[in-house]
Ligand binder design. Structure first.
Ligand SMILES: [Zn+2]
Length: 222
């Protein structure tokens, strides 16, 4: 199963790509040369909303058949999400390959899980669906490896609040799905801003490798 595929060599001309995972679009990709792509989850969002109201009804019933039904829904949703994640990760890695991307940057969501998810209620935690995001990232990671592309996890702090034109950081820059810098007025889709900032942070990884004298690194998550 282990196939030795050499990683793409990192040079000054290397192309990097940032991936933002989220609720609106399942993923948004942005490359160093400003090519971007939005990956929607198709029917999954509607289905999850349908399930959400159904779950609420069944939970209030509390009968054994209601409990069975809840289990059935959960299993169905999990399988569907897995299929969607497989499909989208494949598309993302194809997009990266076609654009000669050497390193794909992903947000390190482990910190979010610890600090945010422990504070939110169980009900909210289901909506947050961090497992689905993590699964998508894992699928991207191994499909990228097969394509000889390195993946690297970056600190997700302020990636949705930092202006990519003037670097001004503020919560006020973001208003749900739209981004508007309160300082310079730069406007764009908020998820795309996230992907662009992740790409910036991923680019820094090249300098880390350079400083360690291992530009053709074989490790993925240092
Ligand atoms: Zn700005």
């Amino acid at each position: 199963m282990e196939k030795e595929i050499p990683d793409k060599e990192l040079t000054d001309a290397s192309t990097f790509m940032g991936i933002d995972v989220g609720m609106n679009y399942l993923a948004v990709a942005s490359t160093t040369d400003r090519k971007c792509s939005f990956f929607a989850g198709g029917e999954i969002k509607n289905l999850r909303n349908q399930h959400k109201s159904m779950r609420a009804r069944l939970q209030s019933k509390g009968t054994s058949s209601a409990k069975r039904m809840l289990k059935h829904i959960a299993g169905k949703e999990k399988r569907l999400m897995r299929d969607v994640n497989h499909k989208i990760s494949k598309e993302i890695v194809k997009f990266a390959s076609e654009r000669g991307v050497s390193v794909i940057g992903l947000e390190d969501l482990t910190g979010i899980r610890e600090s945010t998810l422990s504070k939110v209620s169980k009900k909210k935690r289901h909506n947050h669906s961090s497992w689905a995001f993590r699964q998508l990232q894992t699928f991207i990671e191994y499909k990228a490896r097969e394509a000889g592309i390195i993946t690297h996890y970056v600190d997700p702090s302020y990636t949705s609040q930092t202006c990519i034109r003037c670097n001004h950081i503020s919560k006020n820059n973001r208003n749900r799905l739209s981004f508007r810098c309160e300082k310079c007025g730069y406007e764009n889709n908020a998820d795309l801003i996230g992907a662009m900032n992740i790409e910036h942070k991923t680019r820094d990884y090249r300098y880390i490798l350079e400083s360690q004298g291992c530009l053709s690194a074989t490790q993925t998550n240092a």
